[in-house]
Write a protein that binds this ligand. Structure first.
Ligand code: SF4
Length: 494
């Protein structure tokens, strides 16, 4: 039996370019891990990476025609619309190449499997939650699909259960990597699964199993062995840990990181990680930087303790500031997650957030300001906030999918300002899309344009706060303001 695993092409509309996290980064190794599991059992499996290898649908069809799989597995990613192009493609290739069975997996199917099975009759099932063992059992028991971890149609309805949680993550075979995995100058690695936190906007734990809410780390030796295997395959020496939370909890978590740092240092590589601010401590960061740490993403999320509490971040503003201080002391300027506009924000919250960003030098670069001065809270199915807002009758589900929702801001001034910032930052993003490469190469003319736009953006944000507070800015003149701001950006960038 042949299995083909597909990463489908992704497309994002211009108005959604600033909306992140429709699939957490950790999902990027979903297909690789399933592939690794099947290959370890000598099952004939091929990965076609339409995303990283930039294949279009005719090119993917040619691969399907060549391989002729019995089972087609698709890592289904929501991309802010209803995926009809992909569904039509699945229907077409299933019939044209006599594919016996199509299954989908990933975050989106785990939470929105009913909608997907209803929209696309050509999809036979969805694998829910962790999926390596489920996929293996599906192949071994084929064509019986009545197995744990699968949502499938039965007796006019849908029967569903969650996949078995992989507690011993060292026992997982290493991911199977297609050439797309090596196409962007770095190699993704997963050193752990789950998170010991519980932020309201996040669905990492609901995906990995709410009942156990447990971070599960691979041993440093197991990670080092995978890196050694990759280094034999490629010249790339930059690794990115896609773990939602690189650090495990407590002293055991810290000891593991120190041990891992020692092993990474021996390999003479560089790497990036994502972490909670409360785990940023001198001893660990100094060891990791010494071992090659160059990039880190930390979730600051807010500059106000009350907001952090609402988000159940379990951190404080002083934790945020301490983390920034330590990272900068060791030469790391972090990427930051920040939610400027959350559903219950007040103008006072926005002011405190702005002051926090300003005093911590987080508004110096356009690449950062354009994100932190706009990001709103994305509400996706599976998260605690989705459920809480639904229970309160405040959830507005998207026309595209039950997976995506928003809510009306409690405060009308915040609602107007959020809408304005969205229009203004999207206008800037449209320019950055075309000039990103130049700014990355530090082209002086582009850097100077970015600097001017950044100053305009930061100045405008501060001005808007004052105007909303004093009542000068109203919903009626918001369009005039946005138009004038965007024209100024056009002038600078032309
Ligand atoms: S720290 Fe919060 S946002 Fe990050 S993975 Fe954990 S629960 Fe999710």
């Amino acid at each position: 039996m042949k299995v083909l695993l597909l990463e489908h092409p992704r497309s994002y509309g211009e108005d959604r370019c600033n909306d992140i996290a429709n699939a957490p980064l950790s999902a990027c190794l979903n297909t690789g891990y399933i592939g690794g599991m099947l290959a370890s059992k000598n099952i004939d499996v091929t990965i076609v990476d339409g995303y990283l290898e930039k294949l279009d649908y005719p090119q993917i069809e040619a691969e399907i025609a060549r391989i002729r799989p019995t089972i087609l597995g698709i890592h289904l990613v929501y991309h802010w619309e209803n995926n009809q192009t992909l569904y039509q493609f699945i229907k077409h290739v299933k019939a044209a190449y006599s594919i016996s069975y199509v299954t989908v997996y990933g975050f989106y199917p785990t939470f929105a499997y009913e909608e997907i099975l209803n929209r696309c009759p050509a999809i036979d099932s969805a694998l829910l939650g962790e999926n390596e063992l489920t996929f293996l059992r599906l192949v071994e028991n084929f064509p019986n699909q009545e197995l744990q971890g699968i949502a499938y149609r039965k007796d006019g309805g849908i029967t569903a259960s969650r996949g078995e949680i992989m507690m011993d993550v060292d026992s997982l075979p290493f991911p199977l990597r297609s050439k797309g995995s090596y196409s962007f100058g770095e190699v993704n690695l997963a050193g752990s699964r789950g998170c010991y936190g519980g932020c309201t906007f996040c669905y990492i734990n609901p995906y990995y199993g709410e009942a156990i809410r447990k971070w599960r780390g691979r041993s440093p030796e197991n990670i080092a062995a995978e890196i050694d295997a990759i280094m034999k395959e490629t010249e790339i020496r930059y690794f990115y840990f896609v773990d939602p939370n690189f650090f495990g909890p407590g002293n055991a978590g810290k000891d593991r990181v120190l041990k891992l740092a020692a092993l990474l240092k021996e390999r003479n590589i560089t790497f990036g990680i994502e972490a909670r601010v409360n785990d940023i401590e001198e001893q660990a960061i100094s060891a990791l930087v010494d071992a090659g740490l160059r990039h880190i993403l930390i979730g600051l999320e807010s500059g106000r303790d009350e907001s952090l509490k609402r988000l159940n971040k379990l951190t404080s503003v002083s934790d945020n500031e301490k983390a920034l201080r330590i990272l900068r002391k060791y030469g790391i300027e972090p990427s930051v997650g920040f939610i400027m506009f959350e559903p219950d924000s007040t103008i006072e919250d926005l002011k405190i957030n702005y002051d926090f960003l300003k005093r911590n030098d987080l508004l110096e670069k356009l690449e950062i300001s354009v994100n932190v001065l706009y990001h709103h809270m994305i509400i996706l199915q599976g998260s605690a906030s989705y459920k809480a807002l639904q229970d309160q009758g405040r959830l507005n589900i998207s026309d595209h999918s039950t997976y995506e929702a928003d809510t009306d801001y409690q405060n009308p001034k915040v609602a107007t300002m959020a809408g304005m910032m969205r229009d203004m930052t999207n206008h800037i993003f449209a320019y950055m899309k075309d000039t990103w490469e130049l700014s990355f190469k530090k082209d002086p003319a582009t850097l100077s344009q970015y600097d001017l736009v950044n100053r305009l953006l930061v100045y405008s944000f501060a001005g808007l706060l004052n105007e909303f507070e004093s009542g000068e800015m109203t919903a009626e003149n918001r369009d005039i303001y946005v138009r004038s701001f965007n024209q100024s950006v056009d002038l600078i960038m032309s």
